[in-house]
Design a protein around this ligand. Structure first.
Ligand SMILES: C[S@@+](CC[C@H](N)C(=O)[O-])C[C@H]1O[C@@H](n2cnc3c(N)ncnc32)[C@H](O)[C@@H]1O
Length: 315
């Protein structure tokens, strides 16, 4: 087939050209990724069948996103700043693997490690057996944590407005959509490439009836904060700005979030504030709440992972 892009093809010629490409793909993994890529980029609307479970819908979204993003899901348009202080200050560039947990669940990461496609350890002394585990970092919520947040931690959200600050790939928004009856689910994200990705998913899965994406800096949208009944914050600032900017963001939130709002944070506010000089006295701002339904079915997280998710009510 000629490469002249102005040449028009008949349908049989296009079909033959397509089959030629498919036949030349060197293995079934590449073929699957190629077909996923076509599905994601060219076949838009997806009519979810009533029989599809929430987990199957989230799996399908993650599979779509995997076909067009690298495993770390970090885009050229963003700068990740490894923190200099606090629990994550060991996340140096050489010793950290960024793997997006919404796209790759634990089982998939284990399989990639077993196949040698992802390393678990780094060598302390080249050529020796002296190794140390790499640090794995995700900038999205895992599907397991979404189940925990919306089925165990939070109360039923019927008629409520949920806001995810820094919505990135939209994991928390899609979790809220499939696991709750929230009336409106809003994501605000500063990076326009991530807004485009979220909007593509929303269109494909027909989530427009309840999900809205706002492109912008949360610091400029007190109106969005004031309209929310529930706010989700998954480590929004730590890897994305300097400590001084993080401090002013938290002071702005302290002044703006209205009394009665439920705030879900990962990690705890206590841990976040331990390496920042915010001057905020937590006991005067929030009250920690226990999980609404601690015995919810299907939670597979370890006790340590569950402890990372905290729920507070603004006083
Ligand atoms: C750790 S990710 C959280 C992703 C998502 N909420 C989740 O849980 O899967 C934090 C996101 O916040 C965004 N972000 C950082 N500062 C922001 C700001 N001031 N306003 C809006 N988004 C912001 C970043 O671009 C990044 O995509």
């Amino acid at each position: 087939m000629s490469c002249d892009s102005s040449e028009k093809l008949s349908l049989p010629e296009a079909q033959e050209g397509f089959l030629n490409i498919v036949r030349k793909l060197n293995n079934s993994d590449n073929l699957k990724q190629f077909l996923d890529w076509i599905q994601w980029n060219w076949l838009n609307d997806c009519n979810l069948k009533d029989t599809e479970t929430s987990e199957e819908i989230l799996d399908a979204i993650a599979s779509d996103l995997r076909s067009s993003l690298p495993p770390e899901a970090i885009l050229p348009s963003e700068t990740i700043r490894p923190p200099a202080f606090g629990k994550n200050s060991d996340c140096t560039q050489e010793h950290t693997v960024h793997v997006d947990e919404f796209l790759y669940d634990n089982a998939t990461v284990d399989a990639l490690c077993d196949e040698g496609k992802l390393a678990r350890n780094y060598c302390l002394q080249c050529g020796s057996f002296s190794t140390r585990p790499l640090t794995f970092i995700s900038h999205s919520l895992s599907r397991e944590k979404l189940l925990l947040i919306f089925k165990s931690v939070l109360p039923p959200l019927d008629n409520k407005i949920v806001l995810d600050i820094g919505s990135r790939l939209g994991a928390a928004l899609f979790g809220a959509y499939v696991y709750s009856k929230a009336a409106k689910i809003v994501g605000i994200e500063i990076n326009s490439d991530f807004c485009n990705i979220q909007n593509k998913v929303i269109k494909k899965y027909n989530f427009q009836d309840r999900i809205e994406i706002i492109e912008g800096n949360i610091a400029h949208r007190p109106d969005v904060i004031l309209s929310a009944d529930v706010i989700i914050m998954n480590n929004v600032f730590e890897f994305f700005m300097e400590p001084e900017q993080q401090t002013s963001m938290w002071r702005f939130l302290r002044q703006t979030i209205k009394s009665g709002t439920l705030l879900v944070t990962i990690p705890s506010l206590e841990e976040t504030f331990s390496s920042l000089q915010t001057g905020i006295i937590l006991s005067e701002w929030v009250q920690e709440l226990p999980s609404y339904n601690p015995d919810a079915a299907g939670i597979t997280l370890s006790a340590d992972e569950m402890l990372e998710v905290k729920q507070y009510q603004i006083m």
